[in-house]
Design a protein around this ligand. Structure first.
Ligand code: DX5
Ligand code: ZN
Length: 220
């Protein structure tokens, strides 16, 4: 089943609890938590405290995306009973295997993410150790950007590798997904779809979540 993970980077931070309740009402599957440090990406978003303020306020699991340098120093801060995935960037990890192991040892599913210019081949030696591969379809740092179409080729490449090798990692796409391109994105082989501005920028947030999840169910 294809799943939708709205990114709270695009939520109204002055009403974060209400916005999260809205995506839950609409049938979202995860809360995508975009953590940015102003070094790995040219923007600062929020820390673990903001995510932890949602623990117990929603039943949705957290899909944590660390767009930070030295993620190994901060992984522990994002572990809660609701944290399902913690994803680190291949480009930010000198010792990626050790960092992936660290996440798993903390009882959380590890994910690895690639920026648009980083080839899938860089994951060859880690694909057996991760539960999720997050393909960036925008240059990380901001919501509301246009989807970079070459990301769909990387999704297809990963789906093919998974088919051939029998590995069971999930494939997630992140950036520029809208109701108009969500079916195409899903058909490329994506399992979990992140959407920020398309969801939280809508007048009717629950309605937009339902519209996007319905399209996933009907067409992909
Ligand atoms: C970008 C973040 C994405 C972004 C998605 O750096 O990693 O998750 O918030 O936002 P949209 O869907 O608006 O591109
Ligand atoms: Zn993200």
């Amino acid at each position: 089943m294809k799943q939708l993970a709205p990114s709270i980077l695009s939520a109204d931070f002055s009403r974060l609890g209400e916005d999260v309740a809205s995506i839950e009402k609409g049938g979202a599957h995860f809360i995508h938590v975009d953590v940015m440090d102003g070094h790995f990406v040219p923007n600062i978003s929020f820390g673990a405290g903001v995510m932890k303020s949602l623990v117990g306020r929603t039943a949705l699991p957290f899909d944590v995306h660390l767009m930070i340098e030295h993620p190994e120093k901060y992984i522990g801060d994002f572990v809660t009973d609701q944290t399902e995935y913690i994803t680190v960037h291949q480009e930010a990890c000198t010792h990626l295997h050790r960092t992936v192991q660290q996440i798993r040892d903390l009882g959380v599913k590890p994910g690895v993410s690639l920026n648009p210019a980083t080839p899938v081949s860089t994951l060859e030696c880690i694909l057996s150790d991760v539960d999720l591969v997050l393909i960036m379809s925008v240059n990380p740092g901001f919501g509301g950007q246009k989807l970079i179409r070459s990301a769909l080729d990387k999704i297809r490449q990963l789906a093919e590798i998974r088919e051939k090798t029998g590995k069971d990692f999930l494939i997630e796409i992140d950036g520029g997904v809208t109701p108009d391109n969500i079916v195409q994105v899903a058909e490329a082989g994506t399992d979990i779809i992140v959407a920020g501005s398309a969801v939280f920028g809508a007048e009717d947030i629950p309605g937009r979540v339902k519209e996007m999840t319905d399209r996933l169910e009907k067409n992909a």
